[in-house]
Design a binder for this molecule. Structure first.
Ligand SMILES: Cc1cc2nc3c(=O)[nH]c(=O)nc-3n(C[C@H](O)[C@H](O)[C@H](O)COP(=O)(O)OP(=O)(O)OC[C@H]3O[C@@H](n4cnc5c(N)ncnc54)[C@H](O)[C@@H]3O)c2cc1C
Length: 468
């Protein structure tokens, strides 16, 4: 098993429970992968998430693990909305009624845009097979940028210029894509959007819940940490975990798979197994040596699937001198919100708080090109400018994490680009002999912690059924 994120750990748990011996290697030095709660950069015991932050109400697998390990929701459940509480636009912070006045029909235009992108989901009955959507080829040929362009010109739905997306509406639509898909609108297939929306609809209906989201008290990475502890404490000796071990090459025949693994202290070590699950992002898999060549379509999918960029920068200030709520900016930060709204100490007095800048798509990738210190400095300046905070408000701590700059990830999460759902969806979800892919990118709940768990369990079930 390769990768001690939620996919690899979930696969390991299912396999060990089925009586299978598992060796889990990870190139990093901690479990959890893209769940990474930062606890050591801030005062007053405050924390912030450098990776996954919210758990949706419909994400039952992750929520079951939260219940198992006594981890609770933080704050009130919040519905996802495109229209944020405020917008920093052209040097001005605009909120409430002023937002409506900023651009005629801004809210109505955004609603129409969302209706246009969400509508195709209604005809997708099985979200695990978006390639079977009746309009799969057409939808997959289009990107969110096509819909934005049409809505900006008033072309969609014959509404003339009523409810057209103006410049502020276009910015909000782009920020939504950069935030949700970690990618620019031109990089997001409309069939992928339909698949995501259909999955939400089907799960919300099946579970009888509204789609809302919460943060996690103590941080999202606790689940991977607890799963690892539980697996390591098993007395049956079926589970071994090795950090600082990087998969370098793979080889398979009809009976066995061999994996060449690099660790700091040894030359390449060879492991032999009945099966291997590759439970990591596809980006690190692109530099592996495949001694048994991959089938060409699978190789194309592994090398070609889109990955978005997200750079998250959290800055702790000594007082909360900002407008509350989730905001959108036309500046480098893209989206600013407070991570610590529900982390309030009881001693009264002025409280420190953490502002987060969530920057995706091209902007996230641009930020990734500079050093962490440079990113913190430019984002802290931007936060001061947006909220009109003067130099008396002091910075107490900060981090900036650019996921696309890390070799073990190479991006934030998968985004199926135009043409990629119809071409790559199925092949990435099939076994290649004794090699199986897991990870959020091959889930139905793509892009989420829930999908990582789902994909790990699915890969494990497949191996158990092949063995029996
Ligand atoms: C900025 C950001 C925000 C997010 N926000 C949310 C959110 O709010 N809610 C949500 O549900 N999800 C969110 N996600 C997505 C979520 O974090 C991921 O979908 C999920 O954690 C992926 O888990 P995984 O097990 O598939 O992969 P990973 O967590 O990436 O685990 C893979 C592991 O494989 C290891 N590895 C890589 N290459 C090798 C190699 N060659 N050899 C050995 N080991 C290797 C890595 O070190 C890593 O530990 C976010 C992700 C990011 C980046």
């Amino acid at each position: 098993m390769v990768g001690a994120g939620l996919a690899g750990l979930s696969a390991a748990e299912s396999l060990v429970n089925a009586g299978v011996d598992v060796i889990l290697i990870d190139a990093g030095h901690r479990p959890g992968g893209r769940t990474r709660t930062v606890r050591d950069r801030f005062v007053n015991g405050q924390i912030a998430e450098s990776g996954a932050e919210w758990v949706d109400s419909i994400h039952w697998r992750y929520r079951e693990l939260m219940a198992r390990y006594g981890v609770s929701n933080e704050g009130q459940p919040t519905p996802w909305t495109t229209i944020r509480r405020w917008l920093f636009w052209d040097g001005r912070l605009v909120s409430g009624h002023d937002l409506d006045a900023l651009e005629p029909d801004l809210f109505a235009a955004i609603e129409r845009y969302e209706e246009a992108t969400d509508a195709p989901a209604a005809r997708l009955t099985d979200p695990s097979r978006p390639d079977q959507h009746p309009d799969a080829v057409y939808l997959d040929s289009r990107s969110l940028a096509d819909v934005i362009e049409e809505m900006a010109s008033g072309h969609v739905g014959g509404h003339g210029h009523a409810h057209c997306l103006g410049p502020a509406g276009r910015l909000l639509a782009a920020r939504n894509s950069q935030g949700e898909f970690a990618a620019e609108p031109r990089q997001v297939s409309c069939l992928f959007v339909a698949q995501q929306r259909a999955n939400e609809r089907v799960e919300a209906h099946r579970q009888g819940v509204e789609v809302t989201a919460n943060r996690v008290v103590g941080g999202t990475s606790q689940i991977a940490e607890a799963l690892t502890r539980e697996l390591m404490s098993r007395s049956d000796g079926r589970f071994r975990i090795m950090f600082g071990h990087r998969l370098a090459w793979l080889d398979q025949d009809a009976d066995r798979v061999r994996a060449g693994v690099l660790s700091g202290k040894a030359d390449v070590e060879t492991f032999t197994a009945d099966h291997v699950i590759l439970a990591c992002s596809l980006v690190p898999l692109r530099s592996l040596v495949y001694r048994t060549p991959m089938p060409s379509l699978l190789a194309e999918a592994v090398n070609g699937l889109g990955y978005g960029s997200i750079t998250k920068t959290a800055v702790q200030f000594d007082r909360r001198d900002w407008k509350s709520g989730y905001g959108t900016t036309d500046s480098v930060s893209q989206r600013i919100y407070e991570s610590t709204v529900d982390q309030i100490a009881s001693d009264g007095g002025p409280e420190p708080g953490i502002l987060m800048a969530y920057c995706g798509g091209d902007g996230g990738a641009r930020l990734a090109a500079s050093s962490e210190d440079e990113r913190i400095s430019s984002i802290a300046d931007d936060m001061r400018r947006v909220h009109g905070m003067n130099a008396e408000v002091k910075v107490l701590g900060a981090f900036s994490r650019a996921w696309s700059a890390h070799a073990n990830y190479g991006g934030a999460y998968a985004v199926y680009e135009p043409g990629q759902v119809t071409k790559y969806w199925q092949v990435l979800r099939e076994s290649w002999g004794r090699v199986h892919l897991a990870g959020e990118h091959v889930a139905t709940c793509t892009g989420y912690m829930e999908g990582a768990i789902e994909s790990g369990r699915t890969a494990a079930e497949r191996i158990v059924s092949l063995a029996s």
